[in-house]
Write a protein that binds this ligand. Structure first.
Ligand SMILES: [Zn+2]
Length: 745
């Protein structure tokens, strides 16, 4: 009370000074002493944004009580006792917030913890009209105001979805090659997530955990019965025997320990290991539907039974925490009788993609299958998250209607979390990211209105032309025969060169209408994207036709497309490292085609007998085949990003030459084979440049496996060898090879 009166007096004095022209009302952002660095960074960003809005300097002050003048107070330390008692979990959830005017000149922004304070700052700026449409420069809408209103605010807000996570996955491949670029791109994304209230969800764990909690190295020797029974034997590299009472006890103890240690931790993971390898002991099998016994599918009943058993033990000590698991691989299909307890969280992985359309769109059979999973799991589970995969093409990913439709559909079916891998950053993807942030916070929003705001805010007077451009990129959705599952081989059907050319022409109409430097930058960003993919098509058309040397006209056309490609990439690199590296990581299709063009144009040369080989030989089509010394009958599949090799009675081979005699040698590879008779392949060596071969090892394992084959014994002391891999006659795709690395010391 006393403080209030003093402040009023001081304010009158300040007003007097103002009329005397000696100064102006100062607006400041205030943080308490000892405030964490994370909040100081938010305060600095808040102050900088207010400064941009008002054109007046806005300092950040550190003070225990509000200073004189207009102030925005960031943190619950400033909340008077009566206000503090309103900051309840019921009102704010984990990371919701309060925007409250304490008086006409003093605004309190706070949550219950740091994440809430952060969201309060950006939530208030959002109320004032600020938007950050995508990570990176020139993507913000910051309205101009004389002075932001501090009076009359009283608003609680909290997110509908408690977990909202977007993260780069495939881009992690550049960690070794360009670590600084990787860090910069990741931080740029993080900053954008903070500004869109997506960086603060509840702490959760739901990753693959069986072997993490119960490592084979620790338990296999003494307790083989904990592990999966396969062909009558307990094995260390499968799943666990989840009906074993001790296994259930160990997981319950681990969950309790994790919850004891972290009072905020919302869920502990009981997710099976990645892949298959289920236990076939009679007790586990008895829990499966009869048709699934002895197979690797339909394990949801047994997994839910296990998770429930752990959840019941944990509930005694931690009744309000969740036990989580991935409904994924062998347990993605819903249970037939098991019903997850109310403290179980089901994290459903998105299978059966058709990104062109929302999952509720009946046009797509893939979506119909996944919608069946969603509906059935949603009918029995109290809480669910979606494990998503966004941006599955390096080239283009204009899939925002699916993103928006899915979140709204899932919201009505007990979903309250979204964890999306951003495999790449590509043209069109950012619209979906923006809608994700908005709709996971409040799924009741009108997605069409959000989209209008996106285009108007980002492009101004060029908005209509940019919408027309975006619609061209989505024309494939009108063709009911097309699906977007994420394979590279779909790109020419979804985005044919003719359509790319038309989209590029549309941008020429948009550019003159852009009114500000930021709007022109955004249109130019799309022009760069179209030039990038246009030049890729041009190079591909020439290289795909090539069955010998290029004639002069073809050479000139290839060189021209190559130069256009390099120029577009150079521009992109200047403002968007994530998009640049989405095309340039080791084994990226665009990098590969540029390397192939350089080879064909004679700018680089490869002599296979010179001992050149690539670590990622199978990842590139054109270049890796050029590196092989023998590739009879091989075929390449582009249906997964890195592709794989296969063939019938075919041999792949690499020539390896070492500068000094070899002391250690190994080859690592990802192999697939089926358990059919022709599903095998053989590693072979030739010491006479491929004339005669000796077999080292046959691969006949069933399923995808990463293997390391030690070749030290065979290669020690040598400097010269051809490593071969022969596929069985009649193998076809029953045997496949990918991700080869040859290690020589
Ligand atoms: Zn078992």
């Amino acid at each position: 009370m006393m403080r209030e009166r003093v402040r009023t007096v001081m304010r009158l004095a300040a007003a007097a000074l103002l009329t005397a022209g000696a100064g102006a009302w100062a607006l400041s952002v205030v943080v308490p002493p000892g405030c964490p660095a994370e909040r100081q960074a938010v305060a600095a960003d808040l102050a900088a944004t207010l400064q941009e809005m008002t054109g007046t300097a806005v300092p950040v002050q550190t003070a225990a009580t509000p200073p004189e003048g207009s102030a925005v107070l960031l943190g619950d330390e400033f909340a008077p006792a009566a206000v503090r008692s309103e900051l309840t979990p019921e009102r704010l959830g984990f990371d919701g917030y309060l925007i409250r005017s304490l008086d006409d000149d003093t605004l309190l922004l706070c949550g219950r913890r740091e994440g809430g304070h952060m969201n309060a700052a950006y939530g208030w700026l959002r109320e004032l009209g600020c938007r950050w449409f995508m990570p990176g420069p020139h993507a913000a809408l910051i309205p101009r105001v004389a002075a932001p209103r501090l009076a009359g605010w009283d608003r609680f807000d909290r997110p509908a979805w408690v977990h909202r996570s977007l993260w780069y996955s495939a881009l992690g491949r550049i960690k070794d090659e360009a670590p600084e670029d990787y860090r910069a791109a990741t931080e740029e994304l993080q900053q954008w997530l903070r500004r869109n209230r997506m960086a603060t969800g509840v702490p959760v764990r739901f990753g693959h955990s069986f072997l993490r909690v119960l490592p084979a190295e620790t338990y296999m020797a003494t307790h083989p019965e904990y592990f999966a029974e396969r062909d009558g034997k307990r094995v260390p590299d499968g799943q666990l025997c989840t009906t074993n009472e001790e296994v259930i006890r160990i997981f319950a103890d681990a969950a309790n320990a994790a919850f004891d240690e972290d009072p905020d931790l919302e869920s502990f993971s009981l997710s099976p290991n990645d892949g298959y390898g289920w236990c076939h002991c009679p007790t586990c099998e008895a829990l499966d539907p009869p048709a699934a016994r002895g197979t690797e599918k339909d394990k949801a009943d047994r997994v839910v039974t296990f998770v429930n058993a752990v959840a019941r033990r944990v509930k005694e000590k931690h009744p309000d925490r969740w036990l989580a698991f991935y409904a994924y691989a062998g347990c993605v299909e819903p249970p037939t009788y098991a019903d997850p307890d109310d403290n179980v969280l089901v994290v459903l992985a998105h299978y059966c993609f058709d990104d062109l359309r929302p999952i509720a769109d009946p046009l797509s059979s893939a979506n119909a299958t996944f919608k069946g999973y969603v509906d059935a799991w949603g009918a029995v589970s109290e809480q669910m998250f979606l494990r998503e995969y966004y941006g599955r093409y390096w080239a283009l990913w204009p899939m925002w209607p699916a993103v928006a439709g899915d979140i709204q559909y899932l919201d009505e079916r007990h979903f309250s979390g979204l964890n999306a891998e951003l495999e790449y950053r590509s043209e069109g993807a950012e619209i979906g990211w923006y809608l994700t942030g908005e709709l996971c916070w409040n799924p009741k929003q009108d997605a069409a209105a959000l989209l209008d705001g996106y285009f108007a805010g980002l492009y101004g007077p060029a908005a209509d032309d940019m919408r027309a451009y975006a619609e061209i990129l989505r024309e494939a959705a009108a063709n009911p025969a097309l699906r977007a599952r994420g394979g590279m081989d779909e790109i020419p059907d979804l985005f044919p060169p003719e359509r790319i050319a038309r989209a590029r022409a549309q941008l020429d109409l948009a550019l003159p209408k852009a009114a500000t430097a930021a709007q022109r930058f955004q249109v130019q960003r799309s022009i760069d994207a179209m030039e990038m993919i246009g030049a890729w098509y041009a190079m591909k058309a020439i290289l795909d036709r090539q069955d010998g040397a290029l004639d002069e006209a073809q050479q000139a056309a290839l060189a021209k497309a190559q130069q256009a490609e390099l120029a577009a990439l150079e521009r992109i690199r200047g403002y968007d490292l994530a998009r640049y590296w989405s095309t340039q990581y080791k084994s990226a299709p665009l990098r590969s085609i540029l390397e192939a063009a350089a080879l064909v144009l004679g700018q680089t040369a490869i002599d296979p007998w010179d001992g050149l080989f690539r670590q990622d030989t199978f990842a590139h089509r054109a270049v890796s085949l050029a590196h092989m010394v023998r590739n009879e009958g091989l075929r390449w599949s582009g249906s997964v990003d890195d592709g794989y090799l296969y063939g019938s009675g075919a041999t792949a081979a690499w020539y390896v030459r070492a500068a000094t005699p070899i002391t250690r040698a190994s080859v690592e590879a990802l192999t697939y084979d089926s358990n059919e008779p022709a599903g095998w392949m053989e590693w072979r060596l030739s010491f006479d440049r491929g004339t005669t071969w000796e077999t080292v090892q046959r691969v006949d394992l069933n399923g995808w496996k990463r293997q390391t084959l030690d070749l030290t014994k065979q290669l020690a002391g040598r400097t010269d060898v051809v490593l071969g891999l022969a596929f069985a006659p009649g193998a076809g795709t029953r045997a496949r090879l990918s991700n080869v690395a040859i290690n020589i010391e």
